[in-house]
Design a protein around this ligand. Structure first.
Ligand SMILES: CC1(C)O[C@@H]2[C@@H](CO[C@@]3(CNc4nc5cc6c(=O)[nH]c(N)nc6cc5[nH]4)OC(C)(C)O[C@@H]23)O1
Length: 376
């Protein structure tokens, strides 16, 4: 994987770049639709490619390992073959999902013991077997096995957790660097900065992760309930330490405003379940602001969901029709709303990229953040 820095905004730390992987190019800043269990929920691969114009999607080690399982994924020839997505894929290492999904889990030096949220069976994730699992899934970019420190947490817990994550990272690198891709293409391992909301720990973790000199770096332990200002303070500090010539991936972020603010701080890659999760309950992000389509006021509004955005789904269907589908709990409701919200997120980062290349991002961002927060 390579990263080419193409432009830097004069009024902020925003930058535009190009990541090249075995499955194609990613233009940054980029938003990565979350496709947890081999599917971006309710969205066809064709829509992702043509309407949403997604360039990379996420998969999740925890979910894919439990279902459909590694045997099926290997027989399919990896996740790209299994779900038919032939562009780049990034998989999260599962550490976080073990904490957020599996009720029972136990962290030991070896790794994390947990019970499947599907059938209650017990499993042990270790840095080594999570690397092997991600080799089998076959994502272009894979994440180190880490502990996403919960928020809030005591300083001593955050410090011990960070050091364990650093020891796990060393084991991830050793295992990854001594194995090959299983399907004839190269994969890339990103380490993850932790340190919770403590400046000295974040500095220490960013310095350690930077010293590993991997092809890209991730910022973890954020978007876990901390105030937005704290997220921005930690991101700003970590971005000032991570190398400029490597892509920076801020995990689990976020709202449109969070994304623009973090682009201004120097982040290149984002993922979040918000666009698809909110879509399913009728919360739409539009070029004019946020719409709760369930609201009475859209009952007889036959205008397009978002005429400014473009794209088949947001233009062909009306607000009144989508409101009807949501109230009727029709499957098509989630499908239309998900394609719309993801189209909006990809449109937003594309606009940001254009503004950065034009050198006008900083002022544009401030206007956009205000506008995006408007509740219609
Ligand atoms: C914003 C929103 C709506 O996104 C939802 C829900 C709760 O927050 C999210 C998003 N935040 C988030 N922070 C993360 C940190 C790490 C991390 O430190 N390490 C690794 N390996 N993976 C991570 C994945 C992360 N996702 O995390 C789950 C629980 C996946 O659902 C998401 O609030």
């Amino acid at each position: 994987m390579t990263f080419e820095l193409q432009a830097q905004d004069p009024g902020s730390n925003a930058r535009a770049g190009k990541v090249t992987t075995a499955h194609g190019v990613i233009e940054t800043p980029i938003f990565m639709p979350v496709g947890t269990a081999a599917t971006v929920k309710a969205v066809h691969q064709r829509e992702l490619k043509e309407d949403i114009q997604a360039q990379i999607i996420l998969g999740n080690t925890y979910h894919l390992y439990l279902r459909p399982g590694l045997d099926i994924l290997e027989k399919a020839g990896g996740l790209h073959k299994f779900n038919g997505w032939d562009k780049p894929i990034l998989t999260d290492s599962g550490g976080y999902q073990v904490f957020s999904l599996s009720g029972t889990r136990k962290i030991i030096e070896e790794g994390v013991k947990f019970k499947s949220h599907i059938d209650g069976s017990t499993h042990l994730f270790t840095p080594e077997n999570v690397m092997d699992t991600q080799r089998t899934i076959g994502a272009d970019i894979i994440m180190a096995f880490d502990e996403c420190t919960p928020y809030p947490c005591e300083y001593d817990y955050a410090k011990n957790s960070m050091h364990r994550t650093h020891r796990w990272l060393k084991r991830c690198c050793e295992r990854f660097d001594s194995t090959e891709g299983k399907y004839g293409f190269d994969q890339t391992l990103f380490p993850i900065v932790q340190g919770s909301t403590f400046r000295d720990l974040r500095t220490q973790s960013a310095e350690y992760i930077a010293s590993m000199n991997r092809e890209g770096n991730a910022i973890g332990g954020l978007s876990v309930g901390e105030p937005a200002e704290m997220m921005y303070e930690m991101t700003d500090l970590v971005c000032s330490i991570l190398p400029k010539d490597k892509p920076r991936y801020l995990m689990g972020v976020g709202t449109p405003a969070n994304i623009l603010e973090n682009i201004a701080l120097g982040v290149d890659m984002f993922d979040c379940v918000l666009p698809t999760r909110n879509a399913r309950n009728g919360m739409l992000f539009t070029t004019q602001g946020i719409i709760n389509i369930r609201n009475q006021r859209w009952k007889d509004d036959f205008s397009p969901i978002d005429a400014e955005l473009g794209g088949y789904t947001s233009t062909f269907y009306s607000k009144a029709y989508l409101r009807h589908l949501i109230h009727a709990q029709e499957y098509l409701a989630g499908m239309i709303a998900s394609v719309h919200n993801l189209t909006f997120y990809l449109w937003l980062v594309k606009q940001a990229r254009e503004q950065i290349k034009a050198g006008t991002f900083a002022a544009w961002k401030n206007v956009m953040v205000e506008k995006l927060m408007t509740r219609l």
